[in-house]
Design a protein around this ligand. Structure first.
Ligand code: RIB
Length: 319
């Protein structure tokens, strides 16, 4: 019998080049920033590191370049304890890079040059098929080719693995139903939910309608993240609000990745969806209190400390 444990992530690796300044540039505008730093990022690797720091055993399926970034990236993932059996270095192709600007309010603008991420193919997943049999949860995002995302979901479904799709970055058009039917939990933000459903998500009522539509389209459930308003867990005929966690935000980069990684880690550890969502909300909030993508991802002890403090507080009245 195969012992199921852990989180499998199929997705991207980027090196983030970050400028922190007061304001974000508008089209055609140059703004002077205050500081520059480099950090490891990419939604796939961020979620793998987030799940690992949240206590899960993690394997990442991803492509790196054969440049200096690729070698440094693989070493960093190894130090984190992320399994690298699914990593392939693509010859003569650069590692993915993201140019990020963060403003004084912690908002960001991100442009990605995918590089090696575009070389992640369905056959890369078939090559590591035994990893699917050993996983409890699969996490995928949209920074690698859609055919690869769909192949990962299909292999996971065949292996009885819980599937989570973070539809980020926002897709240019609604996703095919045959893909959504392979998704147990879809975790869009407001903007992504709107693009996927055509329903305006400006308040909890809009989020609920978009969540219900995603379930009609084939997803098991939708968790719509709403920034300062928390998140909404929606199923076909109902919804539950996950209250926001108030913190002092300095950089929102990778908050969604922290959320998804902690959610997957909680489910992989056998915790309930409600408890895993509570921890995921804490992880997402904590990630906004530090600069950078992977440098900001919280560890399990910090997540659970905050989660305990929150559950001791009386609930705030709903507006
Ligand atoms: O979600 C944040 C990530 O988006 C960054 O690390 C950047 O690399 C882009 O992929």
């Amino acid at each position: 019998m195969t012992v199921k444990a852990g989180v499998l992530v199929a997705g991207s690796c980027n090196v983030d080049l970050v400028v922190r300044g007061r304001t974000l540039p508008r089209p055609g505008e140059t703004v002077l920033g205050q500081a520059f730093f480099e950090a490891f990022g990419g939604k796939g690797a961020n979620q793998a590191v987030a799940a690992r720091r949240a206590g899960a055993r993690v394997e990442l399926v991803a492509c790196l370049g054969t440049d200096a970034y690729g070698a440094r990236y693989a070493a960093a993932l190894r130090r984190e304890g992320v399994g690298l059996r699914g990593i392939r270095q693509v010859r003569a192709v650069p590692t993915g890079v993201a140019l990020i600007v963060v403003d004084g309010a912690g908002r960001n603008q991100i442009a990605v040059a995918p590089g090696a991420n575009h070389h992640l193919r369905p056959r890369d997943l078939v090559r590591v098929r035994p990893l699917f049999a050993r996983a409890r949860v699969l996490l995928v995002q949209l920074e690698v080719p859609l055919a690869t995302v769909q192949a990962a979901l299909r292999l996971a479904r065949q292996a009885g693995v819980i599937t989570i799709l973070d539809p980020a970055p926002a897709p240019a058009r609604p996703l095919p139903r045959r893909l959504l039917r392979l998704v147990d939990l879809v975790t869009p933000n407001e903007h992504e939910a709107e693009l996927l459903t055509g329903i305006a998500v400006r308040d909890l009522r809009g989020a609920r309608a978009a969540g219900a539509r995603l379930c009609e389209q084939g997803c098991g459930a939708a968790i719509i993240t709403l920034g300062a308003r928390g998140a909404l867990h929606c199923w076909r005929h109902g919804a539950r609000h996950v209250p926001p966690v108030r913190v002092r935000t300095i950089d929102s980069t990778a908050a969604g990745d922290a959320f998804n990684g902690a959610l997957a880690a909680g489910l992989a550890a056998g915790r309930s969806l409600e408890e895993s969502l509570h921890e995921a909300a804490c992880a997402g909030a904590l990630a906004t209190t530090r600069l950078g993508a992977q440098p900001s991802l919280p560890h399990l002890d910090a997540i659970q400390r905050l989660a305990r403090r929150r559950s001791l507080r009386p609930p705030r009245p709903r507006r």
